[in-house]
Ligand binder design. Sequence first.
Ligand code: ADP
Ligand code: MN
Ligand code: MN
Ligand code: MN
Length: 339
Amino acid sequence: MPKFKLEYIWLDGYTPTAGLRSKTQIKSFDEFPTLEQLPNWGFDGSSTQQAEGRSSDCVLKPVAVYPDSTRLNGVLVMCEVMMPDGVTPHPTNTRATILDDPDTWFGFEQEYFLYQNGVPLGFPKDGFPAPQGPYYCGVGYKNVGDIARQIVEEHLDLCLEAGINHEGINAEVAKGQWEFQIFGKGSKTCADQIWVARYLLLRVCESYGVDVEWHCKPLGMHADWNGSGMHCNFSTKFMREVGGKEYFEKLMAQFEKNCLEHIAVYGPDNHMRLTGLHETQSIDKFSYGIADRGASVRVPHSFANNGYKGYLEDRRPNSQGDPYAIAGRVLKTISEVEI
Ligand code: ADP
Ligand code: MN
Ligand code: MN
Ligand code: MN
């Protein structure tokens, strides 16, 4: 029986943003293990801000499994953190309690900066490179440098080999800034993949001596450099198949009513990013508009042209947001609107 390297991955208790942690356990299986075959495991919660030292055990409960092509018989095991009883979700476990619906499709656009020596990859040691303009979807050494594309391509291949549903990648507006898009059916399926893709990106970057900066405005709120978002594209079965202007307006009214509740889970320091500049709406305003990248919710042309049917893009979530909490909140607001 081959020995598999099971990499259990979980979210720690750091605030305002959970960090990723992982450790390996070796187990024998006849073939690549299924989720049901993977046992719960434990870790020292006092080292991850999830427990006191005197009673430090937390439980890892596997919730999703992916092949890890970097290792012989490698397995990536996404986990929820549970209390010592193994059944009560730990307070830091944002996945356990969110709404889910396999017929609601999510597409997250994860933006991030690659960083080296405390500055975005490709920035000079002191000062700034040429202003943004040529970097978005850019090509050529002076626009994207030398190792960024290598990292991004390696990450893409790893994710595809893991079965993560990448839909695309692109260089973003600021120098050293990139994006990947992941599509999934259901809040948990999609958000699990975002977390594992984040994990794989961090791991790929290790060998390049590069860090990933997930902060939504790493160059500060006054610099003329774009921040990082994680736009949340979503569509329920009803939106795709029935839709209509009346339902759309009711849905948007509910989004407006819940504006603060959404912002609360859309990532830390979002006031630095949602300023009304750099393709954003202000944090305290809610708006929507057809093809409007300065709105909170962008309505794709295809949606309006197709009788208000299809998907919408909530542009407010930021790069450091927790996709479980974001998708869960979107579903909650949707659930409050009668169809
Ligand atoms: P842009 O940068 O113009 O906002 P992207 O191509 O980066 O657009 O992202 C669009 C996202 O929309 C993709 O992640 C895709 O998965 C998602 N998407 C497309 N169709 C749907 C749908 N019907 N429901 C939910 N998400 C969708
Ligand atoms: Mn995009
Ligand atoms: Mn983008
Ligand atoms: Mn977008």
